[in-house]
Design a protein around this ligand. Structure first.
Ligand code: SAM
Ligand code: CA
Length: 238
């Protein structure tokens, strides 16, 4: 069990110069401080056919710091899978904090749920089994939700990131943070289109457009950090 948890579960989204360098970061900086329930959740997800969906632990470590920096209490999670980033958030926010988590598939969430329960943080989670767009629109039907969230993490349905961004800009408060995962799409955003596998081209194109439009968005300041598969951190400034 210990060994499985220590292995990086996603060898593909490595943007660093070598696997050894990524291993170095994980072994020396990330795993020694990774909370036990997160190690357990990684191990429980390791045999899943899409185990690589799980948020990269190094990106998770940065997210925990961001959550603390903004004293996040109310957060949104788009794309739960087995719950690595969800559990990380639940372990980080205060006991009376709340995470509205959405995913079209509850089955994968149920793999992580016993570990979330054992960690004593299930009460902070509202899991909504739904497509994220209508779920976000539903949140917006209640005016009280506008500008009421401190933090959002988006890690699903990459072709819709611009649509999520428009909704999240209303839900997250000024000064709040929105983090988007996989914004470098395996590095393909910088490749000539013809060298990108056909199956990856659509998302590559939407990622390029999304990255461009964030830079042109005066409502935020942002940073595209080459962690995991590319982690874009946005701060709403108005
Ligand atoms: N953040 C998760 C973690 O740390 O394990 C990984 C999320 S995984 C990359 C993407 C998830 O998004 C999958 O569980 C999938 O079921 C879900 N998903 C895909 N399309 C969706 C949509 N339109 N709305 C909501 N969830 C969606
Ligand atoms: Ca991801």
């Amino acid at each position: 069990m210990e060994n499985t948890a220590k292995k990086p579960i996603q060898p593909n989204p490595i943007l660093l110069q070598s696997k050894e360098l990524y291993e170095y970061i994980l072994e020396t900086t990330v795993y020694p401080r990774e909370p036990e329930p997160l190690k357990e959740l990684r191990a429980a997800s390791a045999s899943h056919p899409t185990a690589f969906f799980g948020t990269a632990p190094d990106a998770g470590q940065l997210m925990a710091i961001l959550l603390k920096l903004v004293n996040a209490k109310r957060t949104i999670e788009v794309g739960v899978f087995t719950g690595y980033s969800l559990l990380l958030t639940a372990l980080t926010i205060p006991d009376d904090g709340k995470i509205i988590a959405m995913d079209i598939n509850r089955k994968s969430y149920e793999i992580g749920l016993p570990i979330i329960q054992k960690a004593g943080v299930e009460h902070k989670i509202d899991f909504i089994e739904s497509q994220a767009l209508p779920a976000l629109d539903k949140l917006l039907e209640n005016q009280e939700n506008e500008g009421s969230f401190d933090f959002a993490f988006v890690d699903a349905d990459k072709g819709n990131y611009l649509n999520y961004h428009e909704r999240l800009m209303k839900l997250v408060k000024v000064g709040g943070i929105i983090v988007y995962d996989n914004t470098l799409w395996g590095g393909t955003v910088a490749w000539p289109e013809e060298s990108v596998p056909v199956a990856k081209r659509n998302i590559r194109q939407s990622s390029i457009e999304f990255n461009k439009s964030l830079v042109a968005d005066p409502r935020i300041e942002s940073s595209l950090a080459p962690l995991g598969d590319g982690l874009t951190i946005c701060r709403r400034i108005y």
